[in-house]
Design a protein around this ligand. Structure first.
Ligand SMILES: Nc1nc2c(c(=O)[nH]1)N[C@H]1C(S)=C(S)[C@@H](COP(=O)(O)O)O[C@H]1N2
Ligand SMILES: [Mo]
Length: 364
């Protein structure tokens, strides 16, 4: 399904994500939408491996199977009737920013905007697992999407596992609603998984199966793809927790800023696993005839995030005095003391790219 074929809700025509590939449809969030604390659904980035499968709320069922003492199926109406939880969560694709790495790793050439923050509502997976009674030998739960396709010559469904401790965390949700509306087809309707604080590959869309397994799962999307592979071919392990990161959303790249007037440099910062952002610093570098002038790093003012897994808005007042070409840099640090590195930490598949944010603007 292409973007234009997707029916959108009222007001959705205001926004459209920027297409990266048509088949399957992949698109990134436009700059203007990143200025909103909650990203509008119609602007929210889309990452599909195989395309949108046909499912309806009426026909949808989730099968809980595998190493369970009381396996069962659940329908959409039944799921909606269960105790619900609402959370604002940043979703970021593990490959976000890949095109900034040198040399460029193969894969979707995301710029920096395969990210968004939405208000999700759903039922903790834990509630269903309690009813299904996970067997004593189970070590993981494999979550299966209804979409499938061919990868490396093999026909596969989109499947990903979580260790029991993560699957059973009260914030791991079977999501039915995004920003107050039933999930849109491209975001996993009618039900998707959302695992706050992990790279969004964990958030299986079009969820139709959850099976407990007694051995760690080695599916393609976590054993071959979505692993950090260092330059010498050693496997550093699967992508899991989102790395600390910031984005400068205003001014937009390559825009013109007026000399002598105060401009708010604004952006967003986030980190994984519910770890709060402690600090964002901004540095202004100016290129003039005398070469590059390095500014100092100064603290931006942080807004209060709308929840533990939401991003933190920040701003920094800037009055440029001289015309010329400028580079604005932003660097976030989280409560663990983790901070953005000066350059993209390279790996063969281009995951977890979180270098210092940088935007070039011209002062006129
Ligand atoms: N079933 C299924 N779930 C999926 C995917 C997919 O291709 N199929 N892509 C994953 C990846 S890599 C990302 S980044 C997120 C993107 O979620 P979004 O399209 O709602 O932004 O969905 C994840 N869940
Ligand atoms: Mo992703």
């Amino acid at each position: 399904m292409t973007a234009s074929a997707i029916p959108r809700g009222p007001g959705a025509t205001t926004w459209a994500p920027e297409t990266v590939t048509d088949e399957p449809y992949n698109a990134q969030t436009p700059w203007a939408a990143l200025a909103e604390p909650v990203t509008p659904v119609g602007a929210f980035f889309v990452r599909d491996h195989f395309g949108v499968p046909r499912t309806t709320r009426e026909r949808w069922r989730l099968r809980l199977g595998g190493a369970l003492e009381a396996p069962f199926d659940v329908g959409y109406g039944e799921l909606l009737a269960m105790a619900r939880r609402e959370l604002d969560v940043v979703l970021e694709c593990a490959g976000n920013g890949r095109s900034l790495m040198t040399p460029r790793p193969p894969g979707l050439q995301w710029e920096q905007r395969a990210v968004g923050c939405a208000h999700f509502a759903g039922v903790p997976f834990r509630s269903l697992a309690e009813r299904a009674r996970i067997g004593p030998d189970a070590v993981e739960v494999v979550f299966a999407g209804a979409d499938s396709g061919t990868v490396h010559g093999r026909r596969l469904a989109f499947e990903r596992s979580l260790p029991l401790s993560v699957a059973l965390h009260p914030d791991t949700l079977l999501v039915t609603h995004m920003n107050g509306e039933p999930l849109a087809p491209e975001h996993g309707a009618p039900v998707r998984l959302v695992v706050p604080g992990r790279y969004a590959v964990a958030d299986v869309k079009w969820l139709v199966g959850a099976r407990a397994v007694t051995e760690p799962f080695v599916g393609v999307f976590q054993a071959e793809e979505y692993v950090y592979v260092a330059s010498r071919g050693t496997t550093d392990g699967p992508v899991t927790t989102v790395r600390v990161k910031s984005l400068i959303t205003t001014p937009e790249p390559d825009s013109a800023v007026r000399r002598g007037t105060e401009t708010a440099v604004r952006g967003r910062a986030w980190s994984g696993a519910g770890v709060p952002v402690r600090r964002v610093e901004v540095c202004v570098e100016c290129e003039d005839e005398e070469g590059v002038e390095d500014g100092d790093w100064r603290d931006a003012v942080l807004e209060t995030p709308t929840g533990p897994y939401a991003w933190t808005g920040w701003s920094y007042p800037w009055t440029p005095l001289r015309p010329g070409q400028y580079r604005l840099l932003a660097r976030a640090t989280d409560e663990h003391g983790d901070t953005q590195p000066p350059r993209a930490p390279w790996n063969a598949h281009g995951y977890g790219c979180n270098p210092v944010a940088s935007v070039e603007v011209v002062v006129v």
